[in-house]
Each structure stands twice: as structure tokens, then as C-alpha cells.
Design a protein around this ligand. Sequence first.
Ligand SMILES: Nc1nc2c(ncn2[C@@H]2O[C@H](COP(=O)(O)OP(=O)(O)O)[C@@H](O)[C@H]2O)c(=O)[nH]1
Ligand SMILES: [Mg+2]
Length: 453
Amino acid sequence: MAGSQRYLRYILFAFLALVVIFFISASSGVGPGQGYTQKASDLLKGQGSLYQGSGSNTVPAGQGQNDNKLDAKPPAAAKPTIEAEKPAVLAASSTLAAAAATSSAHDTTSPNPKQSSSSTAPLAHKAPGPRMNATFVTLARNSDVWEISRSIRQVEDRFNHAYNYDWVFLNDAEFDETFISVTTALTSGRTRYGKIDSAHWGFPDFIDQEKAAKVREDMHERKIIYGDSVSYRHMCRYESGFFFRHELMLEYEWYWRVEPSIELFCDVSYDPFKFMAENKKKYSFVLSLYEYEATIPTLWDSTKSFMKEHPEHIAEGNSMQFLSDDGGETYNHCHFWSNFEVGNLDWLRSKAYIDFFEHLDKDGGFFYERWGDAPVHSIAAGLMLKKEEIHFFNDIAYYHVPFTHCPTGEKLRLENKCHCNPKDNFDWNGYSCTKRYFEMNKIPLPEGYEKEQ
Ligand SMILES: Nc1nc2c(ncn2[C@@H]2O[C@H](COP(=O)(O)OP(=O)(O)O)[C@@H](O)[C@H]2O)c(=O)[nH]1
Ligand SMILES: [Mg+2]
């Protein structure tokens, strides 16, 4: 009797062992390459949701969709009505979603879009209609490659995948292979790389080197940001007076400046270049603020002597009210932040602008002080353009350390799929000059601005 009980126990153990082996092999066969092993209960859950036809949103992307046995009803079948209701501007993302859903229904691995690897273009929705004669432009060092990559990715995802505008990169040194290959891979339009002429990046001969060196030392001691930097000064002077005259830029009429490590928080579902042209705009901004006074003590003096010398360049109906609180006697330090700009290159190449730049340059403040290209562009636009020619892009949501422009108005933010926090918006902060722009143009402040202050 004891002997037959022992046999019974052996048989029971053997049976249990078989059951365990069966479960292990069944669960490990579900998700090759998924990096984890699903439990049998998870499997059943996945099966249930698919059989119920409750749509792919019940199954996390790339999970539980790989076993052919589960494909009784492809998840794509549950989606079309939602996609059909989407407005035209969402077409690009709908196309992506459809591609992912179709491939996930048939593939045995996680769903990769079927496209060539180096470009976002084949999946992208192309905006119809003609393009403007326009380009993105970035001044950068080779060492900026990863920071500018982040910016490019955002600009492409939010806008340029549908428009494929060119991108011009400028550098005072030769771009290296990594910079070129990485940025080319990320952009949907043509990329072009230019080396800056040494005549445009350096000290003009009339600059007193000793005086300039003393200024840098002094600014260093006073802890003024970039106060001791020579290259920063070359950069500011280049952006003020030369980038639009680079031979690659001569072909274009419009530019959109992009710096490293910026963010775009909303879809831009129309062409800002076209908008500028159709609405007779020449210059634009998203953020404005007060300049650090210690960097520009005599910039306004230089501006005033220019105005005296060249009254013919000063526009009627200009934005003096934005720049000065006393009719032009003193500068209030308001400027448009030029790390974002969409603007007209022909205006920058005009005699008026070049005369202004050359006048400032001769006074030496790029080196004897630390004049930035932001106040230079802003004063030029403020005095030499009609105020209606300067546009505020409320709908282009933007970040450059440390400020955010997050559009005022929830409807706008939702329509454009914005992911910025309205509380971070700088526009209605006391250090912003944007309210002045609204007041000068007699534009009512956007609805709800008080709540977002
Ligand atoms: N080629 C080159 N680009 C520079 C140099 N210094 C700054 N830049 C670029 O000029 C722009 C402004 O410089 P950034 O460091 O962002 O200045 P900030 O935004 O004022 O802090 C960025 O696009 C930089 O990549 C330089 O020495 N050489
Ligand atoms: Mg910057």
C-alpha cells in the first residue's frame, strides 16, 4: 500500500512538472524581443480586449499585438471614424497612426513604419500649394550638434515635415562630418553648410585692441554674462550685420532663425513665411524683454546720432513708442528676443539697415561694450519699419532658456496640440515688453491674459 502511494506521488509530481513546463514555453513564445515575459493572465487580458473589438487603444502600443493567434480582429478596424473626423491639419499624425496600426496587425515584431530610414519625409503629410523663397538659418559650432539636433527635431515635427524648407547652417569654422550627417538626417528639406568669411568674423581694423581687452577684463570682474568673451562678441556682430549677406543666404527672401536647445510647444499648421508675405510683415517675434543695461550703455546715443544723420531712413508710423518712454530721448531697453526670428532678408540687405549697422559698427560698441544682436535688430525694426510690419506670433509657442512663450488662450493651445504650461508664459510678466507692443498697436490684450499672468 505504502509502495503504491509512493508511485501515485511520483505520477502527480511528473504531471505538475509537465504543466509548469507547458506554461513557461507558452508565455515565452508571446513577445520575442520584448524584454520581459508576459504572464498567462496578461495574455488572456490582451486576448479579451481584442476579441471584444474595443479598439487598439485598449492595448498599449507595441504590446500584445504580436501573436498571430490574437489577430482575430485587427485593431485598425475599430479606428476609422475617429480619424475621419480629424481636421486636415491632423492628417499627418493620422497617416502615422494608420501606418502603425496596419503594420502592427500583420507583423510579428513591434510595428516599425515601413519607410526609408534617413528621412521623415515619406510618412509626412505634405502641405499643398507653393512654397516661399525661404530658409531656416542656424549659426552654430560643431560642438552644438546635439543641442541643435533637439531644436531641428522639434521644428520638423511641429512644422517643417509638411513644408520641407531648406536649412542653412553657418559656422566660423568648417563643419565636421558628424554635424553634417546628423543634421542632414534630421531635416526634411535641403541642408546647406557655409563657412563664414573671416572678414565678417573678427575685429575690424579700427578697433583699439587694448581698450577692448580692458573692457572684457572689467566686465569679467563685474560678472556680466559673456562679458569677457571675444567669440560671443564676434557672434553678436555677425548676427547683427552679416548673416543675411552670406553667399548661401543671398538666394533667399525670408528666414527663420533657429538656435540650439529651443523648444516648440505647438503645431504650426500654416506657413509663417507666407503669412508674413501676405500680410506685408518684415520682422517678427515671440518674446520681448528688457536688455541688460550694462551691455549697451551707449547704444542709444549711437542710434540717436544715426537718426540725425539719416532721417530719410526713419519710417513714419514706426515703433518708437515701444522703444522709448520719452519720445526717443532715452531707450527703455525693450527689445525683441532675436534667438527666434522670422523675417525678410531684403529688408536686412536694404540701404537703410546696412547704413544703420555700419554706423553702429564704427562706434565700436560691439567690442567696447557688448552690444547684442537682439537690441540692434529690434531698434532697427522699431525705427525703420512701420509698426504694422512687425508681427507677434502668439501661436508659435517657444522656449529658449530661461523664457517661455506659451500662447494665451486655451482654445488655441488645444487646437494646436500645445504641450506648454500656460503658467510658464512670460508675456504678461513685468519683465516682458509684449504688453507695450499690444498697447502701441491698440490690439486688445488676448482674452484670459489676466488668468495667465
Ligand atoms: N559658429 C559659431 N557659432 C556660435 C559661436 N558662439 C555662439 N554661436 C551660435 O550663436 C548663437 C547664439 O549663441 P548662444 O550661445 O545660444 O547665445 P545666447 O543664446 O545669447 O546664450 C547660437 O546659435 C550658437 O550656436 C561661435 O563662436 N561660433
Ligand atoms: Mg541661445
